[in-house]
Design a protein around this ligand. Structure first.
Ligand code: UDP
Length: 238
């Protein structure tokens, strides 16, 4: 078995990834497939924390929330991430690992509140920590939560799972000549106006010198290959 190139990682999954081919909600087959990737990664001995989005259930800035107070809509979005976290943790448990959900918003009857030393302890114990409710603040996204928790946990990298296997010179769905960047610096990403993550998340990772790997969650085994140091996705580095 190959030695992993990272000891501790923060995996960012979008809510959309849980939908599979459905229009909204949680697709069982999609969640089980994703968890299978997590199981493979854990088998390498990597400590893993996960931030999950909520876009499959509710997005504060979506048309459905039009006319609503933005902060109220954002709190609904954060609660959606709690539901996703519960579903993810349940699937992780059924796959034989030990998950712990920690919420940035206090809802102690449902999940425990985020406490940094406790989260660090869980990671050291080999548990999979799922961070729910984003940053706990409206006007942010779960990408920012991933950057924040990644930095707090001392993760060596933020692994951002998307539908595309990296950052391209053009939209690979529309342009057959689009080329994938295997690596790119934070400065190059800004210069080329490449939207790797939202601006707040990107700035936080850059300040903390926390590299980001953009990869496809739809490519089976991609997560494991990244952890084994193979050329997969796009690495954004200093
Ligand atoms: N959200 C928020 N603060 C946070 C994280 C999330 O207000 O720190 C809200 C926001 O409304 C967002 C929604 O939760 O639209 C779902 O999160 P996100 O859009 O990041 O989910 P994803 O696109 O990854 O599924």
């Amino acid at each position: 078995m190959a030695t992993p190139v990272y000891k501790r990682v923060l995996l960012k999954l979008s809510g959309e990834a849980l939908m599979g081919t459905d229009q909204y909600g949680i697709n069982r087959a999609a969640i089980e497939r994703m968890v299978a990737d997590v199981v493979e990664a854990k088998a390498l001995g990597v400590e893993m924390a996960i931030v999950i989005g909520g876009g499959n259930i509710f997005r504060g800035i979506a048309p459905g929330a039009k006319g609503m107070d933005r902060a109220t809509a954002d709190y609904m979005g954060m609660l959606a991430t709690v539901m996703n976290s519960l579903a993810l943790a349940d699937a992780i448990k059924q796959a034989g690992l030990t998950p712990r959900v920690m919420s940035a918003i206090g809802i102690d009857q449902v999940v425990e509140s985020y406490v940094r030393p406790k989260a660090l302890q869980y990671l050291e114990e080999g548990k999979v920590v799922v961070f729910a409710a984003g940053t706990g603040n409206p006007f942010f996204t779960t990408d920012t939560a991933a950057a924040l928790r990644g930095a707090e946990m001392g993760a060596e990298i933020v692994l951002k799972a998307t539908k595309v296997d990296g950052v391209y010179t053009a939209d690979p769905m529309r342009d057959a000549n689009a080329q994938r960047y295997p690596t790119i610096t934070f400065d190059e990403a800004i210069e080329k106006h490449l939207e790797v993550m939202d601006a707040a998340a990107f700035a936080l990772c850059r300040d903390q010198k926390l590299p980001i790997k953009i990869f496809s969650i739809l490519k089976q085994g991609a997560l494991k290959r990244i952890l084994e140091g193979e050329d997969e996705g796009t690495l954004v580095h200093m």
